[in-house]
Design a protein around this ligand. Structure first.
Ligand SMILES: *Cc1c(COP(=O)(O)O)cnc(C)c1O
Length: 437
C-alpha cells in the first residue's frame, strides 16, 4: 500500500464542496451538515444549505472550467455533498443537457434569441428530476444508508429507480392514484418497489412524512430535501455557462412543488456572488396548468400566501396543490421582476405538438405548459422579441404519450408501390392544409 492509499483510508476524501451548514431561513437556526435533519424543529420549515462563498470563489478559480467534468458535479464547490466516494458513485453521466438555439419555434413565436434547455434528454431517466435525485442518492450514500424512499408525481420515482439501481441501494416509490401509467411501468421495469396509494400527491406526501418518521426510511424529497433541492441549481449553472457566462434576460419554467424555479434563483445569485456572471437582470417566469396553479395565482394576485388547491389537470407531473417551496418561488419571481401564467390542458397538448413540429423535441405536459406560457408571454408583451429567452423543457414525452389526445391513425394500405404513391399524394395534400407548425 502506498502512503497515499494509507492516508485515504485514515481520512475520508472530501469533495471541493464549500457547504457549511443546514440553516433555517425563518429563524436562523443552524445544524451541522452531518446531522440527518430536514425540517427546523421550531419553525417546521424545510432547511436550506449555507455555503462559504469566499472559499468557493477561491476554489472555483483554482480549477479551470476546461478541466472540470461535464456532469452535475461540474461546479461541486456549490453543491452540498462533501464525501468524495459517495459523490463519485452518482451522477457521473447526468446533467449538462444541451442548450438548443431555437429556429422553428422562435420564428413561430416571433422571438429572435430563444433557447431551449433540453432536460427531455436527461440521463438516466429523461427529466430534470435526475438533477435533484442525484443529490439525494449521493446524500443517502454519504449517510451510509442502503435504502431510499420517495413520493412522486411520476418522474422522481423513475429517477430514484434508475439511480438507486446503479448505486446498489433499494428504492421504494410511493405514487399517488393518478399519474401516467407509463411512469409507474418504467419505474417497475427499472427494479423499484412501487406502491400506488389511493390519494392525490399532497395526501400521499403528508403520509410519507409520517412514514419516514415512524420507520427512519430516508425519503429523497422529504427527509433528504435540503440536499435534493440543491441539485436544481445545476440548471442555472449550466445554462448561464452555455450562454458563455452571459445570463439570459428571461427564464421560463414549469413549477409544481417549486423546487426547480426557486433553486434556479439561488443558483443565479450564487454565480453572481462568486463572480462568475452578472445575473441580477435575469427574470424568472413560472408556468402552471389552470387545473393546478396555486403559485401562479398567488403571483398574479400579488398575494404572499399560497392557497392550496385540489389539482385537476392532465399535466400530472405538475399536479401539486400544496407546493412545499411555493413561498420561495414567489420570492424568486417577485425579486427578479418576473411573472407567472396558467394555461389550459388544451393549450398544453397543443404546445407539445407545436414544439414537436418546430424543433423535433417530444416533451411531456410539463414542457407543453412551459411552451404555452412562453407563447402567452410573447403575446402579452412581457417578452421582447429581441431579448434572450431560455425555456426549460423539463421532461420527455415518451413517458406520457399514451395520455396524448390521439391523432387519427391512418388505415393500412396495400403493399404495392402504386397504392403507396396514391397514399403519398394524399399525405402531401393533407400536410399542405395543416398549420405551419
Ligand atoms: C417535477 C417536475 C416539474 C416541476 O418541478 P418542481 O421542482 O416540483 O417545481 C417540472 N417538470 C417536470 C417534467 C417534472 O417532473
Amino acid at each position: 500500500m502506498s502512503t497515499d492509499d494509507a492516508r485515504d483510508q485514515q481520512q475520508p476524501a472530501r469533495t471541493r464542496s464549500c457547504a457549511t451548514a443546514l440553516v433555517c431561513r425563518a429563524c436562523g437556526a443552524r445544524f451541522a451538515l452531518e446531522q440527518s435533519i430536514a425540517f427546523c424543529p421550531d419553525c417546521n420549515r424545510c432547511l436550506d444549505i449555507d455555503f462559504d462563498y469566499a472559499l468557493a470563489t477561491r476554489r472555483l478559480a483554482e480549477l479551470p472550467v476546461a478541466e472540470r467534468p461535464h456532469n452535475i458535479w461540474r461546479f461541486e464547490e456549490l453543491l452540498p455533498i462533501t464525501d468524495a466516494p459517495a459523490q463519485a458513485r452518482v451522477g457521473e453521466f447526468s446533467g449538462y443537457t444541451p442548450l438548443i438555439r431555437s429556429r422553428g419555434l422562435a420564428a413561430e413565436l416571433g422571438l429572435s434569441k430563444l433557447y431551449l434547455k433540453d432536460d427531455s434528454t436527461s440521463r438516466p431517466s429523461l427529466s430534470y428530476k435526475d438533477r435533484v435525485v442525484a443529490m439525494a442518492i449521493a446524500r443517502v450514500l454519504e449517510l451510509g444508508e442502503e435504502e431510499i424512499g420517495c413520493v412522486s408525481t411520476g418522474n422522481v420515482g423513475t429517477a430514484v429507480a434508475a439511480f438507486a439501481a446503479r448505486a446498489g441501494i433499494s428504492p421504494y416509490v410511493f405514487y399517488p392514484d393518478r399519474l401516467e401509467p407509463m411512469k409507474a411501468r418504467v419505474c417497475r421495469a427499472l427494479g423499484a418497489l412501487v406502491c400506488q396509494v389511493a390519494g392525490n400527491y399532497d395526501e400521499v406526501n403528508r403520509e410519507c412524512r409520517r412514514l419516514a418518521q415512524d420507520t427512519g426510511l430516508e425519503f429523497a424529497n422529504i427527509t433528504l430535501r435540503p440536499f435534493y433541492a440543491e441539485g436544481g441549481k445545476t440548471m442555472a449553472f449550466e445554462l448561464v455557462e452555455q450562454l458563455h457566462w452571459r445570463a439570459p434576460d428571461h427564464i421560463v419554467t414549469a413549477a409544481a412543488g417549486g423546487t426547480l424555479s426557486s433553486r434556479v434563483h439561488k443558483g443565479l445569485i450564487e454565480l453572481q456572488t462568486v463572480g462568475m456572471a452578472q445575473t441580477d437582470h435575469t427574470r424568472i417566469h413560472i408556468a402552471q396548468p389552470e387545473g393546478c396553479d396555486p403559485i401562479a395565482s398567488a403571483i398574479l394576485a400579488h398575494d404572499s400566501d399560497i392557497h392550496a388547491c385540489r389539482p385537476t389537470t392532465a399535466a400530472h407531473s405538475l399536479a401539486i396543490g400544496a407546493p412545499g417551496d411555493g413561498h420561495l418561488v414567489i420570492d424568486a419571481v417577485r425579486s427578479r421582476g418576473g411573472t407567472a401564467a396558467a394555461v389550459s390542458d388544451g393549450e398544453i397538448f397543443e404546445c407539445i405538438d407545436l414544439l414537436a413540429a418546430t424543433e423535433g423535441i417530444l416533451t411531456e405536459p410539463a414542457g407543453g405548459t412551459t411552451i404555452a406560457v412562453l407563447r402567452k408571454l410573447v403575446a402579452d408583451g412581457t417578452l421582447d422579441p429581441d431579448e434572450v429567452v431560455v425555456a426549460v423543457i423539463t421532461g420527455n414525452g415518451l413517458k406520457t404519450l399514451d395520455e396524448h389526445p390521439a391523432k387519427p391513425w391512418p388505415s393500412m394500405i396495400e403493399c404495392d408501390s402504386e397504392a403507396m404513391h396514391a397514399a403519398l399524394e394524399d399525405l402531401k395534400h393533407a400536410g399542405a392544409g395543416a398549420p405551419s407548425a
